[in-house]
Structure formats: C-alpha cells, structure tokens
Design a protein around this ligand. Structure first.
Ligand code: APR
Ligand code: PHB
Length: 394
C-alpha cells in the first residue's frame, strides 16, 4: 500500500489530523491497535478551549458540538470555604470554554472519518516504523493475520503516552523531561445534575476536589487520593461521603448523588519529549507530552499540535514549503511548555502535598490568596485556562 501520511493511533490527535488532511486533499491511513469500541470506552476530560472548538469546526466535526456543547464564561475556585468566581470571558476579552466530553469529540471525528471513506485499520498489531530518517519512510503492521506494508511521505505518531512512535527517535537525540506527583485523581461519573453551573476547583486540607460536568444531567467529580488507593475500595457511598467532607455546607445541600457510571483512579504526571520530530516522523499529542489534568490541557494541547502539523503539511504539499518541515518541533514546543507550566502551576496551587513543610504550606496559602484575590492574578489564570493563542504558520 502507499499513501501520503501514515497516522499511528486513532485517539483524538490521530482522528483530527486525519480529518483536516483529508479535507485538504492529502491522503492518509490511520493504524489503531484497539477496536473503535475500546477507544470510545475511555473516559477523559471534557473542557474545550475556543481554539480547539474552531479546529473541530474546520475539520467538519463541529455540528453536534455546536448544538450540545455548553459554553462557560466563568469558573470557580474554592478554598477556606470561600468560593471565588473567575470571570473567564470578562478577563480575556470575550473568550470562553466549552463543556463537551472527549469521548464525544472522538465519536464525532470517527463518524466524519467513516463518511469521508478514508482508510482506518483498527486492531492493527505490531505496528513498526521503518526508514524514518529517509525520504521514503514506511510503516508495517499485522492486520487480519497478514503483514501489511505502507510506504508514505510522512509518519504522524499520534499513539499516546504508551505508544511506540516516540522510541523511533534515537535515544541519544531524545531528551525526556518528567515529573510525577505522589497522588492521583479518583473520578466518578454519574447521571445526576451538576452541583454548580460553573466548574469548581477546590483546595481542601483533606485534598483537592473538582466538581465538573458533561451536561445538565451528567456530573463528573474528582477527589485527590494517595497513589496507593485502589478504586475498588471506593464504594459510591464512600465517594459521596468524602466529597461532602471536602465541600462547604451550601454545596453539600445542593449535591445530588446517584449510582456511578464509571469510577477510576488516574495518576498525575508531567512529561515532555524533545524534539517532537525526527526525520519524517512527527509526534503529536500524548505521544510527545502529558500533563496533570488540573488545567484540562491534555486534549487541547494535542489539538494545538495538530493545528501546527496539518498546516505545515498542507503548505508543503500545496505551496512546496519544504522549509516549514523542520520547524514543527520548535513551534509546537513553545506552546507545549506553556501548557505544562500552567498545569503544573494549578496542580501545585490546589493540591495537598504531604511532602510540604509548614513553610511550604504557608507559601501555598499565600499564592492562592494572591492569585485569586488580585485582578492580575485572576487574569493570568483566565488567559491560560481559555487557551493561549496559536502562532501563525508562515
Ligand atoms: N499501534 C497503534 N495504535 C496505538 C499504539 C500502537 N503501538 N499504541 C497506542 N495506540 C493508540 C491507542 O490505542 C490510542 O487509541 O493510539 C491512540 C492514542 O490516543 P490517546 O491516548 O487518546 O492520545 P491522543 O490522541 O494524543 O489524545 C490526547 O487524550 O490522553 C488524553 O489527556 C489526553 O486528552 C488528551 C488526549
Ligand atoms: C472533566 O470534566 O473530566 C475535567 C474537567 C476539567 C479538568 C479536568 C477534568 O481540569
């Protein structure tokens, strides 16, 4: 087989890139290890920056999002039992975020792809990259019992944090930056109305809490828990009881509980690989970087990478802009590190760190107090939360 771009991974990065390329007339094949059902069963964050929303519209995948996505003009923070609204829109010249689950984004992109007729090989095993640092790279895999070999111009590694693409960059050229946190988030999804119209990010001495939502009738809550916790040890009633213990009385009164649809623990980690390209291989999304979920940046940063890569490829094919091919990594990394910084900052601002000395705790309190009671502090939080702009590709 032969194509222009082989995309490894059919998560949001691979599907969005495939769709934008397809619409620009650039042929691509996606290889995905799992089944579509498995990909759709993963529950992830649900806050879209406006740049992400625009890109989904550009990809032709914005129709249901426009109908069902909930536009939020603000967000709340809570500590010392005090709720502090941050007016995202007023502080950023009218920018907003949209509540719409990543699972739904993936579902919409899958539907677009099947309508476009582009090839996706699901349950592709033993995906292997060849001659990445040459003018004619290729990818092989095991598909329905047969070895398939695809030659191409470019390979996009969109295969997530546990994928294989990153390893194709020789170890001596690859620099990895990492921080792991000594806690995780225990998440619960339930068909109950959200406790509050806006999302609430809360610091509590018992640990961080996030009150999020997917719709007017579906809530998503998270509790900071030690990494040693096992989700099976958390019955629904234990979860709700602990959530109440970390919320002020007026929210507890409004909290509606119900049976969980899903409950799981996610570890928190910051990770970046540099560079994000090698020869004809480009890394996109979680394959190149992950963030703790505190700023809801994972999916949005993945889409920002896609924004740069698809424009570079489009300008290469349409205008012969070979010079742009080497610029992807530097361009993408400038925004990646800002997303990393913001996710790290909010994680440090709001979680309970057992390693903290009494001095560290006082500094952390002063930071919360300063950032959230100052217009300048709120503005820096707001402009990062709604999403930093994309640089032009030129
Ligand atoms: N061969 C083929 N496919 C693979 C391989 C492989 N060796 N390894 C992984 N994959 C597939 C996975 O099964 C998955 O469907 O690549 C896909 C990667 O998808 P994601 O992990 O969702 O990564 P990405 O598309 O970059 O999306 C980023 O997802 O993890 C969240 O917070 C993150 O929201 C962000 C978004
Ligand atoms: C979610 O709704 O799952 C969610 C929202 C905001 C975050 C993280 C997760 O920062």
């Amino acid at each position: 087989m032969k194509t222009q771009v082989v995309i490894i991974g059919a998560g949001p990065s691979g599907l969005l890139l495939g769709q934008l390329l397809q619409r620009a007339g650039i042929e691509n094949i996606i290889l995905e290890r799992q089944t579509p059902e498995y990909v759709l069963s993963r529950i992830r964050a649900g806050i879209l920056e406006s740049g992400t929303v625009s890109l989904l519209h550009q990809a032709g995948a914005g129709e249901r999002l426009a109908r069902e996505g909930l536009v939020h003009e603000g967000v709340e923070f809570l500590f010392n039992n005090q709720r502090i609204p941050v007016a995202l829109s007023a502080l950023t010249g009218g920018k907003t975020v949209t509540v719409y689950g990543q699972t739904e984004v993936t579902r919409d992109l899958m539907a677009c792809r099947s309508r476009s007729g582009a090839t996706t090989l699901y349950q592709a095993g033993e995906v292997t990259l060849h001659d990445v640092n040459s003018a004619s790279p290729s990818v092989s895999c095991l598909y329905r019992g047969e070895r398939v070999h695809i030659t191409c111009d470019f390979i996009a590694g969109c295969d997530g944090f546990h994928g294989i693409s990153r390893q194709a960059i020789p170890a001596h050229l690859r620099q990895e930056y990492e921080r792991s946190y000594p806690f995780g988030w225990l998440g619960l999804l339930a068909d109950t109305p959200p406790v509050n119209h806006e999302l609430i990010y809360a610091h509590h001495p018992r640990g961080f809490v996030l009150c999020s939502q997917r719709s007017a009738t579906r809530s998503r809550y998270y509790l900071q828990v030690p990494l040693s916790e096992d989700a099976d040890a958390w019955s629904d009633s234990r979860f709700w009881q602990e959530l109440r213990a970390r919320l002020p009385p007026e929210l507890c009164e409004r909290l509606i509980t119900g049976p969980s649809l899903e409950k799981s623990i996610a570890p928190l980690r910051s990770f970046v690989v540099e560079p994000m390209q090698y020869g004809r291989l480009y890394l996109v999304g979680d394959a190149a970087h992950i963030v703790p979920p505190t700023g809801a940046k994972g999916l949005n940063q993945a889409c920002a990478d896609v924004n740069y890569l698809w424009q570079i490829l489009e300008k290469y094919y349409r205008q012969g802009r070979e010079d742009l091919l080497s610029q992807y990594s530097a361009l993408a990394l400038r925004r990646v590190w800002k997303s990393e910084r913001f996710s790290w900052f909010l994680t440090h601002l709001l979680h309970d760190f057992s390693s903290h000395t009494p001095f560290d705790n006082r500094i952390q309190e002063a930071e919360r107090d300063y950032y959230l009671h100052s217009r300048a502090g709120q503005t820096t939080i707001a402009e990062n939360y709604v999403g930093l702009p994309f640089e032009p590709v030129e």
